[in-house]
Design a protein. Structure first.
Length: 195
């Protein structure tokens, strides 16, 4: 059975729909109105082998904040929904991902409790149409709505495009591992009996 979810969310600031298939092949159809953010979500889908459709109609006349933050909320909600009772999954995943000068670390625990750590200092205000400070907002929102522990750390980096892209790809690889199944896990991987 495919682990798939479709979530829509409409407020006065944004109108968002996300379709996520955790057992996909990396196909994506992304339209957020922010080109660089589309590029990041396409990479996330590709490298995690997720099929992902994201449509964001947001108040970009204000700025990108609501669009990016709310996309994180809806993607996190879709992830939580697609995971169901989390039986059979590895739960933990991590990745240290290089991209030229940038080296990003990402670790996730799909434990049902949100916790977020983000250590990265950007040196540019914007990359393309994306405010670099929104990278933190996106992953914060995603970690809370998916109810996961998420640690992101930039080990080193010079170019802000590379740094952000390394973060998205490291997250993608870490998440792909965490949602992956292990034949030895017959129930839920927790001494509590639930995640
Ligand atoms: Mn790129």
């Amino acid at each position: 059975m495919e682990r798939k979810a479709e979530v829509t969310r409409k407020t006065k600031e944004t109108d968002i729909s996300v379709i996520l298939n955790l057992d996909g092949c990396g196909k994506s159809n992304i339209k957020t109105g922010i080109g660089f953010f589309d590029h990041m979500l396409e990479g996330f889908a590709k490298h995690g082998f997720f099929d992902l459709s994201v449509t964001v109609d947001g108040d970009l006349q204000v700025d990108g904040h609501h669009s990016v933050e709310d996309a994180g909320i809806v993607l996190g909600t879709a992830l939580k929904k697609a995971l169901g009772d989390k039986s059979g999954i590895k739960r933990y995943g991590s990745c240290i991902l290089p991209m030229d000068d940038a080296l990003a670390l990402c670790a996730v625990d799909l434990c049902g409790r949100p916790y977020f750590v983000f250590e990265c200092n950007f040196t540019a205000e914007k990359v393309g149409g994306l405010d670099t400070e929104l990278v933190r907002e996106f992953f914060y929102a995603l970690s809370y709505s998916a109810e996961m522990n998420l640690h992101i750390k930039m080990i080193s980096g010079i170019n802000n495009h590379h740094m952000i892209e390394a973060i998205f790809k490291a997250f993608s690889k870490a998440l792909d591992e965490a949602v992956g199944k292990d034949a030895r896990i017959t129930d839920v991987l927790s001494t509590k009996g639930s995640l």
